[in-house]
Design a protein around this ligand. Sequence first.
Ligand code: NAD
Ligand code: TYD
Length: 339
Amino acid sequence: MNTKNILITGGAGFIGSNFINYILSSRDDWNVINIDKLTYAGNLENLKGSEKKKNYSFVKGDITNNELIDYVFKKFSIRYVINFAAESHVDRSILGSEVFYRTNVIGTNVLLEASRRYGIEKFVQISTDEVYGSLGADGLFTEQTPLSPNSPYSSSKAAADMAALSFYHTYGVPVVVTRCSNNYGPLQFPEKLIPLMIINSLNNKKLPVYGDGLNVRDWIYVTDHNKAVELVFENGKTGEVYNIGASREMKNIDIVKLILSKLDKSFNLIEYVKDRPGHDRRYAIDSSKIQNELGWKPEYEFESAIEKTIDWYLNNKNWWERIINGSYKDYYDQQYGKG
Ligand code: NAD
Ligand code: TYD
C-alpha cells in the first residue's frame, strides 16, 4: 500500500478535527501530520479517537513560522497539504484584524513557499463562500463570481486564495481551492451561530440575533463538506476552484426559532441586538461544478442533521462547559452576560 504523507493544518479546530476523525476512521493509506497552534479555537480533545492511531502525528506550532514549517516538511517527508488553519470568526476579525491577515495570508504563503521548495503533489486550500461578498434576494455564487469580500476575515481568505492560485500559475504548485458555505455539526466552537444558540438556550441565556434576523446563510453538515474535500484532494483538477454547498438556505431567525423549538424553550429568549458592521445579507452556493465533475453530492438532510447536532451538544455538556468556563469565558461573559 502506498502511504501518503499529508500535512493537515488547523486539525484541532472544528472542521479540521472532524476531517481527521473521518479520514482516520475510514482509511489507512493516509499518514496524517496535524499542525495546529492551539489558539482559543484549537482543542486536542476533539481528536480523542484519532490521537492514538499510528498513522497520526501532532505538532504544536504556528503556520507562520518558516523554520518550523521547513522542519516539518523535511522530518515527515510531506507530499501533500490540506490547509484548514485559519482565524475563522467574522466578529473577532471586526474586533481586531491583524492576526487574521497574519495567519490566513502570511501563514498560507509560508505553506505555499515550503510546498514549492519541496515540490509537493497537491495543496488543497480550504476557503469559504464569504470571499464572494454578499448576494441580494436572487442568484447564487458560482466559481466565476468575482471576489468581493466585505469583512477582514473574508478579505484575508480571499487574499489567501489568490496567493494559492498565483503559486499554481507562477511556479506550478499543484493547488486546488475549495469554497464552502456555512458548516454546522459536532465540535464547533460556541461563538458561531448554531452552537452559540444551542448553548445559550440550554443555559436560559438571551439569544442575540443581529439586526433584523433576516440574513441568509446556506448550511452544510460538516461531514458533507469533509467528504467533498476528500474528493477534491483525490480528483480535483489543479488550478481549479470548487464551490461546496448543500443548497439549504435559512434565515438566521428561523434557525434560532428551530433550535428553541427543538429544545422546548420560549421564543422570549430571543433578543434582537445591534447589527454586525458590514453584515453580509445573503450567501447561497451553486455547487454544480463539483457535483458534475467529481460526482459529489450532499448526503445529510438539514432536518435530521440539525437534530443530530443539537443532540451532540446535549450529550457533550462537559466539552462545551470546559470551553465557556475556560479560555472562552471572558469573551463569552462580555458578550452574553454572567447570569
Ligand atoms: P476553527 O476556528 O474552528 O479552527 C481553526 C484551527 O486553526 C484551530 O484549531 C486553530 O488553533 C488553528 N490555527 C489558527 N491559527 C493558526 C496558526 N497560525 N497556525 C496553526 N494553526 C492555527 O475554524 P473552522 O471553522 O474549523 O474552519 C476551518 C477552515 O475552514 C478555515 O480555513 C475556514 O476559513 C474554513 N471554512 C469554515 C467554514 C465554517 O462554517 N466554519 C465555512 C467555510 C470555510
Ligand atoms: P456566524 O456563525 O458567525 O458565521 P458567518 O458570519 O461566517 O456567516 O454567523 C452566522 C449568521 O448568524 C450571520 O448572519 C451572523 C448571525 N449571528 C447572529 O445573528 N448572532 C450571533 O450571535 C452570531 C454569532 C451570528
